[in-house]
Structure formats: structure tokens, C-alpha cells
Design a binder for this molecule. Structure first.
Ligand code: FAD
Length: 447
């Protein structure tokens, strides 16, 4: 795709969300000459990283009338990848001189929020944000976009924009695994979205479903106060039954749950049974855009948003509607930045998108690949091993350098450590060479 000959067309753009994705999108759009309004329900920037001890009124978050809290952070949360690879490219996430800040390589959630707030301040992004303003409806109208919003004072407004960039996050609407018998299981249940601290689980027997980032952390957090914690992991073989090592003496790993019963028992595929007080579902989240009205053009089926070219543009509505940050895991902040650069360059007409037919053909091939690999539709936005290839493809669209070697490798090795040394990965690592390369890169670029 070649850059267009007559660049720079200024558009009026609405950005929904002032989390990491919305902040960097606003900055990139403004750099390309757009006039930008960012909407956020919260009182401050940071999105998911604004910790709150409050939770949804329904611990499983199933009740559609529940009061909703945006964040899914728990109090003890520290980053799950090294800080160097989390930062934006010209604003590294390095330890601050301020002694009240957290200098660790895997810092606490407060440090990430402070970083995002520093970023917003440095680039004067807050000026573009309408705080405590919820977007309640977005729909196409005569080639433009109507955005209806409501502020905390109850004032409702409809405005017309040339384009809408959706950066509303996707870690608030829980996904629950189907468990045979769960309807009559008598114990307590909670989704990790509503987990904050271990205290309520004191002396309990707890089953944690899921063993990726949140499941691994939360099970270790709870076993500090609980009698027993049993992890049910879909990724483990059917016979898995393992007492976890090190200093922990009340944590077990099992295969997935086979059935739960009215008498409170939980039977795992490995044949073991426990009587549990609580099940904690660390089973991920669903994409959810309740404000979006596209007359059925965009559908979410099996957690796959369709049709979406390169996880960003719905072909027939592009470039007026775009999404930043949908693929989960890996280099999140970096991905938000390069996706935003591409969207901004397309909106300013410096770069053109392929025809609708070509975008749809590209999508058809992606679905074909998914099917050939025997993956369900819900894997569509999981980039896994092809993340680097995807990111580099996007950087090429907007004339930006490829992802740095150290950044790509830090995240690859970081995830391996997370999987194989979940108790120690934040304190023990063997990639000092990559860290050195990162800091040399920052110094060379005068950052
Ligand atoms: P959010 O941060 O969720 O921001 C979305 C914003 O949109 C919010 O401020 C919300 O108020 C606003 N909003 C939503 N709907 C509306 C509306 N209708 N109207 C107005 N405003 C609206 N990533 C990492 O890189 N490293 C990590 O260590 C890491 N740890 C994580 C731990 C957990 C528990 C989770 C759930 C995720 C983690 N992630 C991590 C991924 C993380 O989601 C991203 O890093 C990133 O912060 C997401 O940013 P976002 O801007 O897409 O969404």
C-alpha cells in the first residue's frame, strides 16, 4: 500500500476511552492534524489501571442490571511483562527519579497508572478528554458518525463526527466456562473481574478455574489465607494432578473440571474430588460494545468480531469506524501505538486502505487459516506467535520502523517465564542482555 500523493485531510474524530489505547490514539490522531474529542466515563485517564476496591454488584457479573466497575485489577497486581517492553516508543516506561515510585522491573499497577498519567501530561492529552462522559450510542449517519453521550450531570448530547475510534477496552465483560452441574452447585462463585484481595477466602477451600496470567496470580494470592487452593486448568492433560512446589503447601494443579454437584463437591477430569467453598472463574473476557449500532454489519460470534480487517477496520464502514487494541496479550501498549499511527495516517489520507473487496478477501483467508489449524472462531483475535509479523506489517503501512529486537524477545521470553516459573518470574530472569539492549536503545534515541 503506497502513501497517498496529497496527504493531510483534517477530520473531526471521536475517541471512546482514555485508557492506554485511547491516550496514544488521541496523540497520534492529533499529530496527523485531526481535531480530537476523547470521551471517558472515569474522572481521570488510565482506564483499566485505575484500581478500585469496589466491584460489580453481581460477583459473577451476569446480571445485566448490575452496577459495573470498569477495572479488573486486584490489589497485589504487578505487570506480567517487563516494564521496558510496555512503554510507548518515544516515552519509555523506565524507573522514575521520584523515590515514592516503584522502580521494579515488574512494577505494581500503581506505577503503570502513574506512567500513563505522566504520558498524558507530557503530551497534553487531558485537554482533549471529556471526563465523566459516557458514550451511549454510536451510529453511521449519511457518511458521518453520530455520537450520543451522557455526562455525570445527566446532560445528554448528540454530536456528528467524521470518524470514531473505539478504545473502550475489553476486560470488563466476563466470560464464563460451561461447567456441568453448575446451576445447582451451592457454593459461592466470583469472576476474576471482581477479585480484589484474598481476605474473603480465609480458611476456605477454593477452586480457581484458569491458569494463565490472572489465574496464576490469584491462586497464589488466595493460598496465603485459604486452607486449600485447587487450580483447574484446561491447558493441562486429563490426568494432571500435581502438588505445586516451593514454599507453597496448599496449592494443587488439576486437569479441568468434569462435573460439580449439589452436595458442594467438584470432580476433576483426573478423578480427584474436593468439597469447595468458592469457585473463582479466571476464564477471560468477552468483547462488548453496547453503544455501537451498525445495523447488523458488525457481529460478535464466539468472541470474534466480524468483519474486521487486520483487527481494526470493518471494511464497509472504514475508515470512519476503527478499533484499537482488540488482539489480547503480548505487546499491548506498542500495538496500540502502531495501530493508532495507521488509523491516523488513513484518516488524514496520507495512506490508503485496500478496496472493500480486497479487505474482505484478506479476511476470508484469515478465516481459512484458522479453520486449517482447527482453531475455533474465538481464536481470531489471538495473535500468539504471529504478533510480531502483524505489528511489523502495520508499521510498514505507516512508514514506521519494525518492532525492536529487544522488545519482541522480551515479551516472548517473559511469557515463557510466566508459564514455567509463575511464582518467581517477576524476580528471577535470564534476559539481562535484552534489558541492556533496551536501555542502550533508549540512550541512543536520547529518551
Ligand atoms: P482500558 O484500559 O480498559 O480503557 C478503556 C477506557 O474506556 C476506560 O477508561 C473506560 O472508562 C472507557 N470506556 C469504556 N466504555 C466507555 C463508554 N461507553 N463511554 C466512555 N468511556 C468508556 N497489559 C500489559 O501490557 N501488561 C500487563 O501487565 C497487563 N496486565 C493486565 C492485567 C489484567 C488483570 C488485565 C485485565 C489486563 C492486563 N493487561 C496488561 C492488558 C491491558 O488491558 C492493557 O495493557 C491496556 O491497559 C488496555 O487498555 P485499553 O485502553 O485498551 O482499555
Amino acid at each position: 500500500m503506497a502513501p497517498a500523493q496529497n496527504p493531510i485531510s483534517s477530520k473531526h474524530v471521536a475517541v471512546i476511552g482514555a485508557g492506554a489505547a485511547g491516550l496514544v490514539a488521541a496523540r497520534e490522531l492529533r499529530r496527523e492534524g485531526q481535531s480530537v474529542v476523547v470521551f471517558d466515563r472515569e474522572k481521570q485517564v488510565g482506564g483499566l489501571w485505575i484500581y478500585s476496591p469496589k466491584t460489580d454488584s453481581d460477583p459473577l457479573s451476569l446480571d445485566p442490571t448490575r452496577s459495573i466497575v470498569h477495572t479488573s485489577l486486584y490489589e497485589s497486581l504487578r505487570t506480567n511483562i517487563p516494564r521496558e517492553c510496555m512503554g510507548f516508543t518515544d516515552y519509555p516506561f523506565v524507573p522514575s527519579d521520584d523515590v515514592s515510585r516503584d522502580p521494579r522491573r515488574y512494577p505494581s499497577h500503581k506505577e503503570v497508572l502513574a506512567y500513563l498519567q505522566d504520558f498524558a501530561k507530557e503530551f497534553k492529552i487531558e485537554k482533549m478528554v471529556r471526563f465523566e462522559t459516557e458514550v451511549v450510542r454510536v451510529e453511521p449517519v449519511n457518511g458521518k458518525w453520530s455520537v450520543r453521550s451522557k455526562n455525570s450531570g445527566g446532560f445528554s448530547e448528540e454530536e456528528i463526527f467524521d470518524a470514531v475510534v473505539v478504545c473502550s477496552g475489553h476486560y470488563t465483560e466476563p466470560n464464563l466456562a460451561h461447567i456441568p452441574g453448575i446451576e445447582s452447585w451451592p457454593g459461592k462463585q466470583i469472576h476474576s473481574h471482581n477479585y480484589r484481595v484474598p481476605d474473603p477466602f480465609k480458611d476456605e477451600v477454593v477452586v480457581v478455574i484458569g491458569n494463565f496470567a490472572s489465574g496464576a496470580d490469584i491462586s497464589r494470592d488466595i493460598c496465603k489465607v485459604a486452607n486449600e487452593v485447587h487450580i483447574a486448568s484446561r491447558a493441562s492433560g486429563p490426568d494432571t494432578y500435581e502438588k505445586l512446589p516451593r514454599h507453597i503447601n496448599n496449592l494443587w494443579m488439576h486437569s479441568q473440571i468434569d462435573i460439580v454437584r449439589e452436595d458442594g463437591s467438584i470432580v476433576f477430569q483426573n478423578g480427584k474430588m474436593v468439597y469447595a467453598d468458592t469457585i473463582v472463574h479466571c476464564t477471560g473476557y468477552k468483547y462488548y460494545f453496547p453503544f455501537l449500532e451498525t445495523n447488523g454489519y458488525i457481529n460478535i460470534d464466539d468472541n470474534c468480531i466480524d468483519p474486521l480487517y487486520k483487527h481494526i477496520f470493518p471494511p464497509a464502514l472504514a475508515p470512519g469506524l476503527s478499533f484499537i487494541g482488540l488482539p489480547a496479550m503480548g505487546l499491548q501498549f506498542y500495538m496500540f501505538e502502531v495501530q493508532s499511527k495507521w488509523v491516523a495516517a488513513v484518516l488524514s489520507e496520507r495512506v490508503t486502505l485496500p478496496s472493500i473487496d480486497n479487505m474482505m478477501e484478506d479476511l476470508r483467508l484469515s478465516y481459512e487459516n484458522l479453520e486449517a489449524l482447527n482453531f475455533p472462531k474465538r481464536y481470531m483475535h489471538r495473535l500468539g506467535r504471529i504478533q510480531c509479523e502483524y505489528l511489523n506489517w502495520i508499521t510498514e503501512q505507516c512508514g514506521f520502523p519494525h518492532v525492536e529486537h529487544w522488545r519482541d524477545q522480551e515479551v516472548v521470553q517473559g511469557y515463557k517465564r510466566l508459564m514455567f516459573q509463575p511464582e518467581t518470574f517477576r524476580e528471577e530472569w535470564d534476559d539481562d542482555d535484552l534489558m541492556k539492549e533496551a536501555y542502550e536503545d533508549f540512550a541512543r534515541k536520547n529518551l
